[in-house]
Design a protein around this ligand. Structure first.
Ligand SMILES: [Zn+2]
Length: 296
C-alpha cells in the first residue's frame, strides 16, 4: 500500500446537506453506521499494523452514540460507503496513551480514507479553537451545522462563520538542469526545500508565486504552471504546488526570510547525501513531490 502522498486523499462525500439537520435522526442513519474518531490532546487513536501502516481506530455503536450526544466538539466529517464519520475531543483517555499520535507523524502511515477524515477533523477542530469568540461583537459563539460552522450567541448579532483555509503557494523554480532550493533556520539540520509563501489579498496564486520567489531570492520567473495541491492542516493551509522557470540564475537572497538559497543540479539531487549537510524535504511533502517529478 502506497499511502504517503497527498494524491492519495479519498473522494469522501462531504454530505453538506446533512450538516444542517439532525444527522442522528436521518432515515439512513443508525448507530452501527457511526465511525467516530476520538481526539485527545490533538492526537488521534490508531492501531499499528506494521512500521509503515497504521489504521485509525473508529468508535461505533452505542459507545460512540453516547459520546456524541450533546458534545459541543462533535464534527460531522462526511459519508463513505454508507458510514457516517465524525470526530470529537475527549478530555482524558482510558485507552493506552501510546495509541494516540499526532497527524504529522501519522500522515505518511495512514490509508487514504483515514488520512482524508483525520485531516478534515484536525483542520476544522483547530478552526473551532481559534473562533470561540465572535469576531464581530466579541460574544461567545457556539458550534453549529454539526460542527461545520459557528454562530454568535448574542441575539443582536448572530454572526455565522465557516471554517477557513489559508492558501499558500509552494514552487519549484528551475533553470535548465538546476533548481532553486532554500532553507530556513528553524528547519531540521540539512533540510532544503522549494520556496513557499502565503497568498495575499489582491493577487492571484500565480502572482503570489512570482512575488514570493522574487522577495525571497531576487529571481525573476516565467512559465508558471500549477501542478497539484495538498491539504496541510498544520495549522490550516492549503498548499498549491507550482513549477516555474527562472530567467537566469542570479540570486539576491533575502536573509531575513531564508537562511540561504542556492541552485542544485539534477545530478546532485539524484545522489542527494540525505545527511546533516543536505537532505531533501520530507516524504509526505508536496515539495518533495515537485522535485521528484522534475528529476524524473
Ligand atoms: Zn457576535
Amino acid at each position: 500500500m502506497k499511502n504517503n502522498l497527498f494524491m492519495n486523499y479519498d473522494t469522501v462525500d462531504k454530505a453538506s446537506h446533512l450538516r444542517e439537520g439532525h444527522i442522528l435522526d436521518h432515515k439512513d442513519f443508525d448507530i452501527n453506521k457511526i465511525k467516530l474518531a476520538k481526539i485527545w490532546q490533538n492526537k488521534f487513536s490508531v492501531k499499528k499494523i506494521n512500521e509503515t501502516n497504521y489504521y485509525a481506530i473508529w468508535c461505533s455503536g452505542k459507545e460512540a452514540y453516547d459520546l456524541m450526544l450533546n458534545n459541543e466538539s462533535l464534527i460531522f466529517l462526511g459519508v463513505l460507503k454508507g458510514s457516517f464519520y465524525f470526530s470529537i475531543n475527549i478530555d482524558d483517555t482510558d485507552e493506552h496513551i501510546k495509541s494516540y499520535y499526532d497527524l504529522r507523524t501519522l500522515n505518511p502511515l495512514l490509508n487514504k480514507s483515514d488520512l482524508t477524515f483525520l485531516t478534515t477533523a484536525q483542520g476544522i477542530n483547530y478552526w473551532h479553537k481559534k473562533n470561540i469568540y465572535c469576531g464581530i461583537c466579541g460574544s461567545i459563539s457556539k458550534s453549529d451545522d454539526s460542527g461545520n460552522s459557528r454562530v454568535c450567541l448574542n441575539n443582536k448579532c448572530r454572526n455565522k462563520v465557516f471554517p477557513r483555509l489559508d492558501p499558500a503557494v509552494i514552487m519549484l523554480i528551475t533553470y535548465k538542469d538546476s533548481c532553486l532550493l532554500g532553507r530556513q533556520k528553524f528547519w531540521p539540520e540539512g533540510m532544503h526545500s522549494t520556496l513557499a509563501g502565503f497568498v495575499e489579498h489582491g493577487e492571484t496564486i500565480e502572482h503570489a508565486v512570482k512575488r514570493e520567489t522574487y522577495e525571497e531570492t531576487g529571481v525573476k520567473i516565467t512559465n508558471i504552471q500549477y501542478r497539484y495541491s495538498q491539504a496541510w492542516p498544520f495549522p490550516s493551509s492549503l498548499m498549491l504546488g507550482f513549477h516555474a522557470e527562472a530567467l537566469d540564475t542570479s540570486l539576491n537572497v533575502n536573509y531575513q526570510e531564508l537562511e540561504n538559497a542556492s541552485w542544485y543540479t539534477k545530478d546532485f539531487l539524484k545522489s542527494s547525501p540525505e545527511n546533516s549537510k543536505f537532505k531533501m524535504p520530507g516524504k509526505i511533502s508536496i515539495a518533495r513531490r515537485l522535485i521528484k517529478d522534475w528529476l524524473a
